[in-house]
Design a protein around this ligand. Structure first.
Ligand code: GLA
Ligand code: ZN
Length: 683
């Protein structure tokens, strides 16, 4: 496996968001920053994301001198700059003079000037203005040796319902439906509640005022929001591609908090294709009171692996906090060693960086209590600064080996944005218990606990790279996806799916004539009815002589030619199939009809791991809560991170002696890990 460097740097990046524009009146602070950066092993800063007013204080009046200084200072310490385009927040003069840049919300209220991440992404003025300022940045810094990477805007998200956006939505629909209202009415099931459209100007974006229950339209709106955001982004990068063709481009993606599921606002599987490097901002609520630390660690790993799988190359952690955030329900500092551990987890899952929000705590406004490397005390002596420096020192040691290396997985777990949107919108099942991404987290966790690497993929990834594809609850399935899954199984792959899969097509229209024939062939069954449970309801299944509890959903299945390997034990469908196995051409397919307790996932997937001979990067015996993940340096060498995500001391066992990369000493294969301790070893 060859290395792939995502930037021109040959080392891991350590640093993060830097807002020197807030400190222009404090030259001593800016001086001190450079000294403190050297001390903490910071080699990269991201600047500019919220600096438009400092770059263009008045219309067409520019000031880049402060930014020149940042570039020069970073260069003087051998550091690099990730330069952000400033479209995430705009100057007050602009909003006043060109109010079209401000968003209209779904209640059709024009927003007043304030906050950030709230521009209209259709506004022709904003599009030309962002291009203009981006062009100035590119022209000015194109030859600066410190320029490393473009960071486009900041955390794109949200939607605008202004008239310009309405018009753009209608244009998008015309393109999708060949200018045919008839096709739209078919896709949206028009006659239902008399919602047939007879003129383009009757189409308006969904709004709670009208309570839009036309699911096909809601789905198209969300697709449009993704496409329009990408279109805005593409407009931003035109001058950058032209002037700095060799500087790679990224934009920082997110997850949805506090559940730590994929960000639902944009279909990142589409957006990913447009950027050179995937980067994202991770803010898990460590030490919360509703889950075990290791459960959260598994959720973080899930999101990491989804970003990793988008390009199958190293990605960047663009933001994380060295201590706490200011927007969780309760903003708890990371306990000692958690920052170090969580930073190592990023490297283990394929990140070539640990970058923070923020370098220095701002003095005023909403983020003055958000964690930072440098606190208001300006000290290098506090706990947070010291732990950050320790991360910096370790990253320097690991740099040569780790940077550019990849991860490999034989299991693909499929998450689909469109299916998630449609299922959330669906009125049926349990309105509060659909839990599609949360269910995927549980399936992922079963592998994570056994250290089996998993790629979290989209419906367009190459399926045949995997031995095993896990596709729970893929409610929306186009015929194309069905065919791709069929080909995967026919060619020898193993497929796992189950309840709620394959109910509607890409317009959210139910399939007619029963479950799709291809699906029936692959699985050898037909799901007939879904029983939805009240929270107090339950049922049980038997599987390999053991019983497992069902919650939320149980699908009643007609068997065609599958082997029944699990049966329901209660209710009117007692003794009928709950879990089935079917051989299909060279491959095989399992159908899990019910939402089952985690113990079932453990046993079921262990059997598959054994059968398919799936292996971790290194076989380590340990208890639940220790995670072993890593990266392939070359055919014979792996860098392995053994991480203790529990509050207990853990003893782990490896069959032979191993090299501790950080101390460069061989250590006995049986050793202890303190709470939150991590060992980095070479194999
Ligand atoms: C986001 C933003 C940052 C900052 C952090 C705070 O990730 O991109 O500018 O506001 O949140 O956690
Ligand atoms: Zn708009």
């Amino acid at each position: 496996m060859t290395k792939e460097y995502v930037t021109s740097e040959r080392r891991l990046l350590h640093g993060g968001d830097y807002n020197p524009e807030q400190w222009k009146d404090y030259p001593e602070v800016l001086e001190q920053d450079i000294e403190l950066m050297k001390k903490s092993g910071v080699n990269t800063v991201s600047v500019g994301m919220f600096s438009w007013t400092s770059m263009e204080p008045e219309e067409e009046v520019y000031d880049f001198e402060w930014l020149d200084q940042v570039f020069d200072r970073m260069n003087s310490i051998g550091g690099k700059v990730i330069l952000a385009t400033p479209s995430g927040a705009r100057p007050a003069w602009m909003a006043k003079k060109y109010p079209e840049v401000l968003r209209v919300d779904s209640l059709r209220r024009k927003q007043l000037y304030g906050a950030r991440h709230n521009h209209c992404y259709t506004s022709p003025y904003y599009r030309s203005k962002t291009q203009e300022i981006n062009r100035k940045l590119a022209e000015r810094y194109q030859n600066h040796p410190a320029l490393l990477l473009w960071h486009i805007s900041n955390e794109y998200g949200g939607e605008c319902h202004c008239n310009l956006c309405q018009e753009a939505f209608r244009g998008w629909l015309k393109a999708r439906y060949d200018n045919s209202l008839e096709k739209i009415n078919q896709a949206w099931w028009g006659p239902f509640w008399s919602h047939t459209i007879t003129d383009w100007n009757q189409i308006e974006s969904p709004s709670p005022i009208g309570e839009n229950l036309v699911h096909g339209m809601n789905l198209d709106w969300r697709r449009f929001v993704t496409d329009q955001t990408i279109d805005f982004y593409k407009n931003e990068i035109v001058p950058l591609r032209e002037i700095t063709p060799d500087i790679p481009i990224t934009t920082n993606f997110m997850s949805d908090n506090p559940e730590f599921i994929p960000f639902r606002g944009l279909d990142y599987s589409k957006f990913a294709k447009e950027v050179d490097i995937i980067s994202w901002d991770a803010y898990p609520a460590w030490h919360n009171d509703y889950e075990e630390t290791y459960e959260l660690a598994s959720k973080v790993a899930f999101i990491n692996d989804s970003f990793k799988s988008m390009k199958q190359k190293p990605w960047l952690l663009m933001e994380s906090t060295p201590s706490l955030v200011n927007w969780h329900q309760y903003n708890k500092p990371k306990r000692p060693n958690m920052h170090y551990l969580s930073s190592m987890q990023m490297l283990a899952h394929g990140s070539d960086s640990n970058l923070y929000f923020q370098w220095r705590k701002s003095r005023g406004a909403s983020e003055k209590f958000h964690g930072a490397v440098v606190d208001h005390d300006g000290s290098a002596e506090n706990r947070v600064f010291k732990e950050v420096s320790q991360v910096g020192a370790t990253m320097e040691k690991l740099s040569d080996k780790v940077v550019g290396t990849k991860r490999k997985a034989e299991v693909g777990l499929l998450y689909d944005w469109e299916s998630d949107w449609a299922l959330e919108d669906a009125q049926g099942f349990g309105l509060q218990t659909k839990d599609y991404p949360q269910t995927l987290q549980k399936h992922y966790q079963a592998f994570w606990e056994k250290d089996i690497p998993v790629d979290v993929i989209s419906k367009e990834n190459h399926f045949n790279e995997y031995k095993l594809l896990v596709v729970p609850m893929l409610y929306l399935m186009s015929e194309k996806t069905i065919t791709r899954l069929k080909d995967f199984v026919a060619a020898g792959g193993t497929l796992v799916s189950g309840y709620m899969t394959g109910l509607v097509n890409e317009s959210d229209l139910a399939y007619l004539g029963g479950w799709k024939k291809d699906l029936q062939d692959i699985f050898g069954i037909e799901p007939i009815e879904t029983d939805t449970f009240y929270p107090s309801d339950s049922n049980k299944i038997s599987y390999k002589e053991k019983m497992y509890t069902v919650k939320d959903y149980a699908t009643i299945i007609t068997n065609k030619n599958a082997d029944v390997i699990g049966n329901y034990l209660e209710d009117f469908y007692s003794e009928t199939p709950a879990v089935t196995y079917n051989k299909y051409h060279k491959g095989q397919a399992y159908y899990i009809g019910a939402r089952l307790e985690e113990a079932f996932n453990q046993v079921f997937y262990q059997d598959l791991i054994d059968e398919l001979n799936l292996s971790p990067i290194l076989k380590v015996d340990h208890e639940v809560g220790v995670s072993v993940q890593g990266r392939k340096v070359d055919e014979d060498t792996d860098i392995v991170f053994i991480m203790n995500f529990t509050e207990k001391k853990q003893t782990v066992k490896i069959e032979h002696e191993v090299l501790d990369v950080l101390t460069n000493e061989m250590i006995n294969g049986k050793f202890a890990l303190e709470p939150y301790e991590v060992k980095v070893i070479e194999k």
